[in-house]
Design a protein around this ligand. Structure first.
Ligand SMILES: [Zn+2]
Length: 260
């Protein structure tokens, strides 16, 4: 399996780095993306990717952190993004739920991340919370040849939104939320996503999946609960889901299987 989204440099997880990676390997997690939220975590994610073959890095500024960004931060992100261990740009996107950074500022930063993704041909990791129309508007404004390169992370939107993202060529990643008892609508969306665009993630240390929900911080080994859930709702074997989602992750992040 491949965990496409884990905040591995979160202090809770950094503290247990080697145990966490051992448990991931034992669970069959062959690769993972350490996802950044600001310049410091971008640097930390890259360092972690340089320490471990199975860890790859993203660099970027989270929409809820962009009001804290300094003028020099974008230059630092652009520079870090060049590194071959950096496989994605983000986490970027928009968030109207917390509304911590002004939406205009979030949009400016999102546009910059999208431009960098095209420039380097590295996929975006897109956060979308309570702003499906804004995200689609941004994609329409920034697309090139009708395409946006990237991953809709921890997707919780409608099938209509998923469809439009798929038309731009994006991949849809599901986190532990899809396993929650009250998430029947989301499982319905997950069932409809074409198997060559489907991804799994933990969003660790957040969103611990059922049956561990609320009990402990999430970690990459637990991505298997999401894989199990997708297998069940899609009526496919667990092996099939694990294999397809891993191949999809290797394709979108341009990782050759031997690189892990
Ligand atoms: Zn995240």
């Amino acid at each position: 399996m491949f965990d496409t989204h884990a905040h591995l440099t979160d202090p809770q997880l950094l503290e247990i780095e080697s145990d966490l990676l051992d448990r991931a390997t034992q669970a069959g997690v062959l690769g993972m993306v350490a996802v950044a939220t600001d310049v410091n975590s971008s640097l930390a994610c890259l360092k972690m990717a340089e320490r471990h073959n199975q860890v790859f890095a993203s660099v970027g500024i989270h929409p809820n952190d962009c009001h804290l960004a300094q003028a020099t931060d974008w230059g630092a992100i652009q520079q870090l993004a060049q590194n071959p261990r950096v496989v994605a740009i983000g986490e970027t996107g928009l968030d109207r739920h917390w509304d911590i950074s002004p939406i205009e500022l979030q949009n400016e930063w999102f546009d910059q991340h999208i431009a960098l993704s095209f420039e380097l041909q590295k996929p975006l990791i897109v956060h979308m919370r309570d702003c499906e129309a804004d995200i689609l508007q941004s994609f329409r404004r920034n697309q090139r040849d009708g395409r946006i390169l990237g991953v809709m992370h921890s997707f919780t939107g409608t099938w209509e939104t998923a469809q439009e993202c798929l038309e731009f060529g994006m991949y849809i990643s599901f986190a532990g939320m899809v396993t929650f008892k009250n998430a029947a609508d989301l499982r319905d969306v997950a069932t409809r996503v074409p198997s060559d665009r489907l991804l799994i993630e933990t969003d660790a240390p957040y969103l611990t999946p059922h049956p561990h929900r609320g009990k402990r911080p999430n970690e990459p080994a637990m991505v298997r609960f999401t894989a199990d859930c997708l297998a069940e709702c899609r009526g496919e074997s667990i092996e099939e889901i694990q294999k397809k989602t891993t191949l999809n992750a290797q394709r979108i992040f341009q990782i050759s299987p031997s690189a892990e």
